[in-house]
Design a protein. Structure first.
Length: 360
C-alpha cells in the first residue's frame, strides 16, 4: 500500500503514514466547532483519516481535548500532526502537514458544526458546500453522513468570553482551549497610530514589484473602518501551513500596544503556557505548549505590529467582526499554496462575499 510523508515546520516530525484507502480524500472535511477553533487558533480544522495508528506518537505532545478527542502536536514548533477520535478508535492526520506531492486535491468540501460559529466563520466564504451539525468531525464515526441544507443550519453564537474585571465591553478576550494562553485586545486608540509595518502580502503581494513595499509612506494599513477595527485575513504560505498543521491560517494584524496579558499588564511573549519557535532569523512564532494552539507571528523588522491567530479571539461570533475587518481581495501567498484548488475556491468565495455585502 502506498505511503504518504508528513513533516512539520521544524522537521522534527518526519514520518511515513498510510491514508485510509476506503475514504475519498478529495472531499476536505472542515470542522468549525468551538473546540477545533480554540485548540488550533484558526477558524476551522481539517484532517484525513488514517489506515492505522501512526508511528512515533510518543515523540509528540498529546493533548486530551475531551473524553472523545486527543490531539498530538510537535513539541518544538507546535504543528498539529495527528488526532484520535475516541468513539471510533481511529487516527487522523492534520491536512496541512502532508508533503506537497502527497497532498490530495480538493474537489469538494464538507462543513461540520458551522452552527457553533454565529456567523459561519470560514464557511461563509465557502457557502456552496453542505454542512452538518451533528458533532465535531473528530467525534463522529467515519461513515457517510446525511448533510443538512447547504449553508442553512442554525447558527449560534460562539461562547462568551470569561469575565475579567480589567476588560470592558469593547475589549475582546483571546484564549486557547486549555486556557494557558489568555490575553485581551483593546480597540484601536491613539497608540495604534504610532505602530508601523511594511505592507502585508495580504494587501500588496511581495512579488508585485510595488515600489514602496517597505511602506516608507507609513500607511496604517492594519487599521480599518476609520481606525475603529483591525485588518484580518487568510494565509496559505508554507510556513504558516506547517506551523499550524492546516492549509489556511487566519491572522489579525494588531499593534502590540493594544494587546494585554489577562492581568492587564502589557503583552509579554512567553506568558503562561506560551512557547516560542524561531522559524527563521528574526522571525518568531508562538504557540501553546499544552494544547498546541497557534498564537502569534512577529519579526524584528516590525516589532510594533503583531499577527494574532484570529481563531483565539472570542468575539460575539467566530470572525469577531466587531473588532476585525476581513480582507476579501486575496488569500495571502496564494501562489505558494499546495492545495491550489482549495485556495481558488476560497478566493472566489471571498470576492463573492464582498460583492454581497458591499453595502453593509
Amino acid at each position: 500500500m502506498a505511503t504518504t510523508s508528513v513533516t512539520c515546520l521544524c522537521g522534527h516530525t518526519a514520518l511515513s503514514i498510510q491514508l485510509d484507502p476506503a475514504t475519498d480524500h478529495t472531499q476536505l472535511q472542515l470542522c468549525h466547532c468551538h473546540g477545533c477553533r480554540a485548540v488550533t487558533g484558526l477558524l476551522c480544522s481539517s484532517y484525513y483519516l488514517l489506515q492505522e495508528r501512526p508511528p512515533a506518537l510518543d515523540t509528540l505532545q498529546e493533548y486530551q481535548e475531551s473524553p472523545h478527542v486527543s490531539r498530538f502536536f510537535c513539541r518544538i514548533c507546535g504543528a498539529h500532526v495527528f488526532a484520535q477520535s475516541k468513539p471510533s478508535g481511529r487516527y487522523l492526520v492534520a491536512s496541512g502537514v502532508l508533503v506537497d506531492a502527497d497532498t490530495p486535491e480538493v474537489h469538494s468540501i464538507q462543513h461540520w458544526k458551522t452552527g457553533d460559529t454565529g456567523d459561519g466563520g470560514l464557511s461563509a466564504y465557502l457557502p456552496q458546500w453542505p454542512s452538518t451539525d451533528i458533532s465535531c468531525r473528530l467525534e463522529a464515526e467515519p461513515v457517510p453522513i446525511e448533510s443538512s441544507e447547504q449553508g442553512k443550519s442554525a447558527i449560534s453564537p460562539t461562547p462568551p468570553a470569561s469575565s475579567n474585571s480589567l476588560q470592558d465591553q469593547h475589549n475582546l478576550q483571546a484564549r486557547c482551549h486549555c486556557g494557558g494562553i489568555d490575553f485581551f485586545v483593546t480597540p484601536p486608540d491613539e497608540s495604534s497610530t504610532q505602530a508601523w509595518s511594511q505592507w502585508s502580502d495580504l494587501l500588496v503581494p511581495f512579488n508585485s514589484g510595488y515600489a514602496d513595499i517597505e511602506n516608507g509612506a507609513d500607511v496604517k494599513w492594519f487599521l480599518r473602518k476609520g481606525n475603529t477595527k483591525y485588518l484580518a485575513g487568510t494565509c496559505a504560505c508554507a510556513s504558516c501551513r506547517l506551523h499550524s498543521g492546516f492549509p489556511i491560517q487566519v491572522w489579525a494584524f494588531i499593534p502590540k500596544s493594544n494587546i494585554f496579558n489577562a492581568d492587564g499588564s502589557p503583552l509579554t511573549f512567553g506568558h503562561g503556557t506560551m512557547k516560542q519557535y524561531k522559524s527563521s532569523p528574526g522571525v518568531y512564532r508562538e504557540f501553546c505548549d499544552r494544547c498546541g494552539a497557534t498564537v502569534f507571528w512577529h519579526n524584528d523588522g516590525r516589532p510594533t505590529v503583531i499577527d494574532v491567530s484570529a481563531g483565539l479571539i472570542r468575539g460575539k461570533n467566530a470572525r469577531s467582526e466587531e473588532l476585525l475587518d476581513w480582507a476579501t481581495g486575496r488569500v495571502s501567498f496564494a501562489e505558494l499554496a499546495v492545495q491550489n484548488d482549495l485556495v481558488k475556491m476560497l478566493e472566489d468565495g471571498l470576492q463573492q462575499y464582498a460583492k454581497q455585502h458591499e453595502n453593509d
